[in-house]
Write a new protein. Structure first.
Length: 187
């Protein structure tokens, strides 16, 4: 009897930047390009479409973009975040995204990690805020998969990905760690 192949674990890639030439999205595009064969990545592209969070609207039927966000998180085995720091904390638009996750259960217990793409010594306020906010959502923060990978614009190719093999290898490793965490303890 033939057995169907197991579906690949999906890692949802969340960028906290709306900037067209975003270095954070560059990291996530590179992760997508460098993903190992046993992982499927989905780059979330709905950040700009999310309405401002209002608890009155956090009820069925949810606004379409919010339902889309929650479905994307629900379908993912794990989440990888890459966000800039603005004024010592997260960009308001990305904090808005995280606020929309609080009222749902999708991110609760979900393995989540982040990559800090800022220059050395920078971006620590964003990391601290991520830890606080994700703590409130009940996400399973995977420290072993969190990393600092400063983006050197000279290594970004025309396709918008980082060519440095060491960076690509690290990102592939992060995706593997998240996929393993998303699979849970083996029986
Ligand atoms: C309004 C604003 C505030 C910023 N505040 C900080 C900050 O507090 N700390 C920091 O390290 N960088 C800060 N930056 C720099 C950004 O984090 C940096 O430019 C980052 O590369 C932007 O990410 P992106 O390229 O993905 O858009 C700020 C940038 C802007 C536009």
């Amino acid at each position: 009897m033939s057995t169907l192949p197991l579906p690949l674990p999906v890692i949802l890639l969340l960028s906290g930047s709306l900037r067209a030439a975003s270095s954070n999205e560059t990291v996530l595009r590179t992760a997508r390009a460098a993903a190992p064969a046993h992982v499927r990545t989905v780059l979330y592209e709905g950040l700009a479409d999310l309405p401002h969070f209002n608890p009155d609207d956090d009820a069925e039927p949810l606004p379409g973009p919010v339902a889309g966000l929650r479905a994307a998180i629900a379908e993912a085995a794990a989440v990888l975040i890459c966000t800039p720091e603005y004024a010592g904390t997260l960009p308001g638009s990305f904090k808005n995204l995280l606020d929309w996750t609080v009222g749902g259960t999708e991110i609760c217990d979900k393995p989540v990690a982040w990559v800090n793409a800022a220059a050395p010594g920078r971006g620590e306020g964003a990391e601290a805020t991520l830890r606080t906010v994700l703590g409130y959502t009940g996400a399973d923060i995977r420290d072993e998969a969190c990393a600092r990978i400063p983006v050197d614009r000279r290594t970004v190719a025309a396709d918008g990905t980082i060519t440095d093999e060491a960076v690509r290898t690290r990102l592939a490793r992060i995706l593997t760690l998240l996929a393993d965490a998303g699979r849970g303890p083996s029986a």
